[in-house]
Design a protein around this ligand. Structure first.
Ligand SMILES: [Fe+2]
Ligand SMILES: [Fe+2]
Length: 312
């Protein structure tokens, strides 16, 4: 097929809601966009283990520790599915990791905030995993097959994360006044960074229109942010704690919550590497990667040994 026919076939598949698969022809920019998005997503899963790893040794009970361990392990699994999905686009995992470790690649800025108290484990599960679900459920219908399929399992696991976080919040809010104050403090610190997770406003998001056309994205950043806020406000009411936004109020006309303006200067500062924990996170990732060098070497040596044996 010539290029025009290939482009037509690609468009036909998009229009028919058929998946684009690794061996199919695709425009270079579609491939590049997916590599950027999927690798950033994979990095976010892996770096996302760090803030919570901080609390694994200090979980208040065996039950909480087991749930937290399971959750952090799930995030490692999400990273692995996503690196694999990304590799189907013709990029090497080493290259992706190199980009992360040198600070060239981005990951979700939310993970550059510190986890100061146990209540942060609740707030992260409730808000951060909750926002991730809002973002990722539509990605199960992404036009690129391997990404869409990876998202199905990821989303099921994210919903367990959200519930375990909310349950921590519920327990604290039904506890002593000190525990409820901890929950409120965690909400105060995580609310704004969580709603920044949906990315810049649509007007300042240059890739959105093209990604929607390619059916990589199904909703814009602002649409998803609004959905998240609408879903989360009643949950805060049940907890009996207050979202730290004086402008937040139900709008009877739009049937949505209106909310205050987001501090985009803070968002961009964190994205550009100047958040409270950017340096710490990158250092932890690099250290873990360096410490794991012997495991990778041993795995390669074992594969080589097996290959020689089979050849003989
Ligand atoms: Fe995840
Ligand atoms: Fe999660």
């Amino acid at each position: 097929m010539n290029t025009i026919d290939l482009e037509k076939e690609f468009q036909r598949k998009l229009d028919a809601e058929e998946k684009i698969e690794p061996k199919d022809w695709m425009p270079d920019d579609y491939r590049k966009t997916l590599i950027r998005q999927i690798s950033q997503h994979a990095h976010s899963e892996i770096v996302g283990m760090l803030p919570e790893g901080n609390w694994l040794t200090r979980a208040p009970s065996l039950r909480r520790k087991v749930a937290a361990l399971a959750k952090v392990q799930d995030e490692a699994g999400h990273g692995l599915y996503l690196y694999s999905a990304c590799e189907t686009l013709g990029v090497e995992r080493d290259e992706l990791l190199e980009q992360l470790h040198t600070g060239k690649a981005k990951y979700s800025s939310i993970f550059n905030y510190p986890t100061l108290t146990w209540a942060d484990m609740g707030a992260i599960g409730w808000l951060v995993d909750g926002a991730a679900i809002m973002n990722q459920v539509p990605l199960c219908r992404c036009s690129y097959g391997p990404y869409a399929r990876a998202m199905v399992r990821v989303c099921k696991e994210e919903s367990f994360h959200q519930r375990q976080g909310y349950e921590i919040m519920l327990t604290l809010c039904n506890g002593t006044p000190e525990q409820k104050a901890m929950a409120q403090d965690a909400l105060n610190r995580w609310w704004w960074p969580s709603i920044m997770m949906f990315g810049p406003n649509d007007a300042d998001s240059p890739h959105t229109a093209q990604s929607m056309q390619w059916k990589i994205k199904r909703f814009t950043n602002d649409e998803l942010r609004q959905r998240f806020i609408d879903a989360t406000v009643p949950q805060a009411d049940i907890l009996g704690i207050k979202i730290p936004d004086p402008d937040l109020k139900w709008n009877e006309e739009t049937k949505h919550y209106d909310f205050g303006s987001i501090d985009w200067d803070e968002f961009w500062a964190v994205v550009k590497g100047n958040g409270p924990c950017n340096k710490e996170r990158l250092a932890a990732r690099n250290k873990a990667h360096d410490n794991g060098a012997w495991v990778r070497e041993a795995a390669l040596a074992y594969t080589e040994k097996k290959r020689k044996k089979t050849a003989a």
